[in-house]
Design a binder for this molecule. Structure first.
Ligand SMILES: [Zn+2]
Length: 225
């Protein structure tokens, strides 16, 4: 190898190595930062995922499921606006002689922790995790989720609620108040949850109407899997 060629190769190697180190540094430092934006391939809507202080949002909507969790410190309490909308929904139901009642709402990380401990004690670990979300993975921690039911306690938190007069009314009218049935039937592979006709999630008017009309779920609509 000629001396000139050798120097050229050496220079190229040094430059490549420097570029590699700089890129490595950029990657490491951007991973450290807890604020980043990732774009996901669109299907039905262009989903823009953002994460800030451990809270992931899809197009501005807090995202909680098996994959995305909330940090222990995220403790927003019940959303006043969402609760007002729920109260309007329940009032309208009452007007139409539909027996719909508030059953549960905001739960902090600690409360979810207590709930799962209680469930494990009662039913064993495996069964408990089947029906109770792990702390940080419950949508109730967002303050935007509510469970509703009827005055007949035995029918509450059961799939059959979906077939009842109340369940059908809820599925039809939830969108008018900005709510979706968060875990619909047939969407289990997308949501990671069994059908829960009683669990409402406030997402606002526009998204609630779209998800209802397209008979889809939050995850499927944004192609999140
Ligand atoms: Zn719920």
């Amino acid at each position: 190898m000629k001396k000139k060629t050798f120097s050229l190769v050496l220079v190229i190697l040094i430059v490549s190595f420097t570029v590699f180190i700089v890129q490595l540094f950029i990657t490491v430092s951007s991973n450290k930062s807890n604020q980043y934006t990732a774009y996901v391939k669109p299907e039905n809507a262009l989903p823009i995922l953002t994460t800030e202080d451990g809270v992931t949002k899809v197009n501005g909507h807090v995202l909680v499921n098996e994959q995305y969790s909330l940090p222990e410190t995220y403790n927003p309490g019940e959303s006043k606006h969402a609760r007002r909308q729920l109260n309007k929904l329940l009032a309208q139901a009452e007007k139409e002689e539909i027996d719909l009642k508030y059953r549960s709402g905001f739960r902090s990380y600690e409360e979810q922790q207590k709930l799962i401990k209680q469930a494990i004690k009662q039913d064993g670990r495996q069964k408990a995790y089947d029906y109770t979300a792990k702390p940080g993975h419950s949508e109730h921690q967002t303050g935007l989720a509510f469970d509703v039911g009827t005055d007949a306690p035995l029918s509450n938190f059961k799939k059959e609620f979906g077939h009842s007069k109340e369940g059908r009314w809820l599925a039809k009218h939830a969108k008018q108040y900005g709510f979706i049935i968060r875990y619909p039937k047939g969407e289990e592979d997308w949501t990671g949850y069994e059908y829960e006709p009683w669990h409402l999630r406030y997402v606002g008017d526009s998204l609630a109407h779209t998800i209802h009309e397209e008979q889809t779920s939050l995850e499927k609509y944004y192609n999140l899997k």
